[in-house]
Design a protein around this ligand. Structure first.
Ligand SMILES: [Zn+2]
Length: 357
């Protein structure tokens, strides 16, 4: 095995290496896949293996988070779920393919399927379904079908969904957001983090609220204030599909992950999106000034508007508004408390130094 390459895969949490590279950590006695979200070990403490059998022969135990000893059957399970989507994506006009249904087909819990599918396919099942539907839609439009027939043929319940999906980003429609989320189901998870209590709320299309505070009650009240007409339901991270996203967000807060890879479902102006997308480009462990962001989006005079777009961010960490500071070097504001901003930045710097030293 080329150990330099293997170590690179570990440093980059490269899921494409998961099937042929495993690493054991001598200090803990545990072995992992490269994509494991756990903290990166020191190079000196790592031994590489090409199979879980080899790792276990050398005395290592399988990690409970990335389950490196389960690879083969899970790969087959994901393949079954994918085949099910491929063969059903055309005939679903109203009925939706749920994660529960896919889990039954695959023989995995919805939580594990979601996680494993994302790891192997690169998309969540919901994203994969959307991608397959829009591919089919394009095919049918090319063949000259009318739009309404094409939308039904592609498995969309109504033609309005097409326009949602056609836009590059996801987003609650402006009308729904204005009506306080009426007709929208928002599930949310409360979790403890090193920065206090975390609330992650999501529609079936992505996260719509990621907030930090001192108590579950205050965060729940704020969620209700933002979406007074939505159906809100608290769920447990371990049993819901949302659990995977929560885990990525918690890892980011703890400075173990550069950016949580979760879809976003919030309504915002085109200008706000422009600013937020720019924030997502700021490298882990670095900061930019409000003025630098204004320049980067081609509106050098809009410094104040940039600051207000940052202040209006509703998904902490997912859109890393904490990486924007004042020109003077002072921290500037943070919706969830300046102390938390300071801690987030300190963790990111520390993690970055660790990984480059
Ligand atoms: Zn692991």
């Amino acid at each position: 095995m080329n150990e330099a390459f293997a170590w690179e895969s570990v440093l980059h949490r490269d899921p494409s290496a998961d099937d042929h590279i495993l690493y054991g950590v001598k200090t803990t006695g545990i072995y992992c896949r490269p994509s494991c979200p756990s903290r990166r070990p020191k190079r000196d403490n790592v031994a590489f293996f090409s199979s879980s059998e080899a790792a276990e022969r050398a005395g290592f135990r399988a990690c409970q988070r990335c389950r490196p000893n389960r690879a083969k059957s899970e790969n087959r399970a994901v393949a079954r779920a994918r085949a099910y989507i491929d063969s059903h994506v055309a005939d679903l006009s109203e009925e939706r393919i749920t994660l529960e249904r896919l889990g039954e087909q695959a023989g995995l819990s919805p939580y594990h399927l979601q996680r494993k599918f994302k790891e192997l396919v690169g998309l969540t099942p919901a994203q994969y379904i959307r991608a397959r539907k829009s591919e089919r839609l394009k095919d049918e439009l090319k063949r000259g079908e009318t739009v309404s027939r094409a939308t039904f043929g592609a498995g969309y319940g109504s033609s309005s969904r097409v326009y949602d999906d056609a836009s590059a980003r996801l987003g609650m429609t402006p009308a729904t957001y204005r009506r306080g989320g009426a007709g929208t189901q928002i599930d949310y998870v409360i979790a403890d983090t090193s920065l206090g209590t975390l609330l992650v709320g999501a529609t079936d299309r992505g996260v719509c609220a990621v907030t930090l505070g001192d108590s579950a009650e205050s965060l729940e009240a704020a969620l209700e204030g933002e979406y007074p007409a939505a159906a809100l339901k608290r769920v447990a991270a371990s049993t819901s599909a949302l659990g995977v996203w929560v885990e990525e967000i918690v890892d980011s807060i703890d400075g173990q992950r550069a950016r949580p890879d979760v879809p976003i479902d919030v309504q915002a102006s085109a200008f706000q999106w422009k600013v937020w997308r720019e924030l997502q480009k700021i490298p882990f462990g670095e900061t930019r000034s409000y003025g630098e962001i204004a320049n980067a989006i081609g509106s050098p005079k809009a410094v104040r508007a940039v600051a207000s777009a940052c202040a209006n961010n509703r998904v902490a960490v997912v859109i890393p508004c904490h990486r924007v500071v004042r020109q003077s070097g002072s921290l500037g504001g943070y919706r969830w408390g300046v102390a938390r901003k300071e801690q987030l930045l300190a963790k990111e710097r520390a993690m970055r130094e660790q990984s480059t030293s």
